[in-house]
Design a protein. Structure first.
Length: 166
């Protein structure tokens, strides 16, 4: 878990030494703008992951309703099962793309933050990168498991109507 920042020794009477960035004003402003853009991109990609997951789940519900109220013979039910598998595959692919996009943007954030003051680096180091990655991949695993479970439940729901021509 995240570690609490080390408290300075109060007996020493020393203040936190702040080492400002050595960037000129224009470059500093440019770096701030790039930092903000990267952070916004990470938030947008995470939002897209959740929206994609929710959209796929809604599609599974719609396919289940269509399967329940459509004629229960042959092609329609088989097409619904094939569509649900295609939706699952496409959703998993999109989630992976959004995850890699976030990873690239986080790399940019790390690169930019190295140019800023030590205070910013200390704040960013509050949550260790390994722990942050574990959190991100647990959420990704949850999204993937949710998609696969919903597809499986849809197929189980439609199983009585599936006819195999042998």
């Amino acid at each position: 878990m995240a570690k609490a920042p080390e408290k300075p020794d109060e007996d020493a009477g020393e203040a936190l030494v702040v080492v400002p960035s050595d960037l000129d004003d224009k470059t500093h402003a440019e770096m701030l703008m790039m930092y903000r853009e990267c952070a916004d991109s990470v938030r947008f990609a995470k939002s897209q992951q959740w929206t994609t997951t929710a959209g796929a789940l809604l599609l599974f519900v719609a396919l289940g309703v269509l399967g329940e109220f459509s004629p229960h013979y042959g092609f329609i039910i088989q097409a619904i099962v094939i569509i649900s598998m295609a939706v699952s595959g496409g959703t998993i692919y999109a989630l992976a793309i959004f995850q890699f996009w976030q990873q690239a943007e986080r790399g940019k954030l790390n690169m930019i933050s190295e140019r800023f003051s030590n205070v910013l680096r200390d704040v960013r180091a509050y949550l260790p990168p390994r722990e942050a990655n574990v959190h991100r991949y647990i959420l990704l695993f949850f999204m993937l498991a949710l998609i696969l479970a919903a597809n499986w439940l849809l197929i189980l729901y439609l199983a009585p109507y599936i006819r195999f021509n042998a």
